[in-house]
Design a protein around this ligand. Structure first.
Ligand code: NAG
Ligand code: NAG
Ligand code: NAG
Ligand code: NAG
Ligand code: NAG
Ligand code: NAG
Ligand code: NAG
Ligand code: NAG
Length: 313
């Protein structure tokens, strides 16, 4: 009798565990469907100021979010896959609820007047491949949680009010192809972190306040086509074998910095180089003769240095 009673209680406990367990799974599913997309976009709508009143009238609760202007849903799950509110002359902030858009692949709010800090909840957008916040007034540091968005291929925070040190913030982006961080207030030294960016084709951090030497790892980004650091406070020298590991290089922009020494003869190995911009640095000595073999060059800027010698005819 004792044993039977014990088994009965044990069975009840087990039954209780199983039912509450499955109940919480149902709750989780309810909170992870198109209703949460709807809630997230309503929170976004409330955070947007639109003087032309396009969003307030178009984002109507009587139709599916998939019909809202600037919203694209994926065909399979009818979940929000893309937000494109570029060039809409709207202002506002990014609410934390945007982190609930678990199917979001593209987020583009380019050329508006959004401001404020990015909520850490955006770190939950595991499917995000493309983010452009370009041409707004966002501020704060480049968040370290961005490195956790492992699907990311395109990142543009260009032309905002971002600040803080960039040191160590660009590691882990193993799939990133484009980084555009120009026209902000980033500071700090560039570390050797760049060795972890094997797919990177475009790296633009022009018009910031970066200092210190150019790390050698930068010259090892084998997919790099555009190297853009115009107008910072970078110092040090260009490596002798500048192009040995940059076979794809097309644009090298380093004007308005404090780079010194000679232009390395290895520049002649940059066989696809179209733009070379080294003006307003502290280069001295002769332009290497290998330079004149670069038949692909269309733009050269070397003024504002201490270079000597004659230009060939
Ligand atoms: C929501 O659903 C997606 C896709 O099924 C899944 O990857 C994600 O982990 C879920 N999130 C939560 C909080 O359950
Ligand atoms: C919202 O905009 C979309 C795309 O321009 C349009 O197809 C739709 O009819 C509009 N809906 C409302 C309620 O204005
Ligand atoms: C969405 O996000 C907010 C804030 O991050 C959170 O409080 C809420 O529980 C989330 N889930 C749903 C279904 O809205
Ligand atoms: C934003 O768009 C407007 C209108 O098209 C344009 O005049 C302005 O220069 C753009 N701003 C930026 C930062 O691209
Ligand atoms: C980057 O990767 C390293 C090693 O895999 C890990 O320890 C670190 O937390 C990651 N950083 C970010 C910002 O995700
Ligand atoms: C960072 O750059 C500054 C300015 O050039 C330099 O004095 C400092 O030694 C650098 N720090 C590191 C860790 O490279
Ligand atoms: C550059 O790449 C070469 C060959 O892959 C490697 O041996 C070297 O350690 C790398 N240098 C830096 C500074 O990352
Ligand atoms: C320039 O190219 C020509 C023809 O390809 C070659 O003969 C010459 O050695 C090259 N000069 C230099 C300095 O690399």
């Amino acid at each position: 009798m004792q044993t039977t009673y014990f088994l009965f209680v044990a069975a009840l406990v087990l039954l209780h565990f199983v039912t509450t367990g499955s109940a919480s799974i149902i709750v989780a599913n309810n909170h992870n469907n198109s209703a949460s997309d709807h809630n997230a976009l309503l929170a976004f709508k409330a955070a947007i100021f639109d003087p032309q009143r396009i969003i307030p009238t178009n984002w109507s609760t009587s139709t599916s979010v998939c019909n809202w202007i600037g919203i694209t849903c994926n065909a399979r799950h009818h979940r929000v896959a893309a937000i494109d509110l570029s060039y809409m002359r709207i202002a506002g902030t990014m609410p934390p609820q945007l982190g609930n858009l678990s199917f979001l692949v593209r987020l583009n709010v380019m050329n508006n007047s959004f401001h404020g800090h990015l909520p850490t909840e955006l770190s939950r957008l595991r499917r995000l491949k493309y983010i452009s916040l370009e041409g707004n007034a966002f501020e704060g540091e480049l968040p370290s949680w961005l490195g956790g968005l492992t699907a990311l291929r395109y990142l543009s925070f260009r032309d905002n009010g971002f600040s803080g040190s960039l040191s160590g913030r660009l590691s882990n982006f193993t799939k990133l192809e484009t980084i555009r961080l120009g026209f902000n207030f980033f500071t700090g030294n560039l570390s050797e972190e760049f060795s972890a960016l094997p797919k990177l084709k475009l790296l633009e951090i022009q018009y910031n306040q970066l200092a210190g030497p150019l790390p050698l790892a930068l010259f090892n980004l084998s997919s790099l086509q555009v190297f853009g650091f115009t107008s910072n406070s970078l110092s040090g020298y260009l490596p002798a074998h500048i192009c040995d590991y940059l076979p794809q290089l097309q644009g090298f922009y380093l004007s308005l910095n404090n780079i010194e020494g000679e232009i390395p003869s290895g520049i002649g190995e940059c066989s696809g180089l179209q733009v070379l911009s080294l003006s307003y640095n502290k280069f001295r000595g002769y332009i290497p003769k290998e330079f004149w073999n670069l038949t692909t060059l269309t733009q050269i800027a070397l003024g504002g240095n201490d270079l000597t010698g004659k230009l060939p005819t």
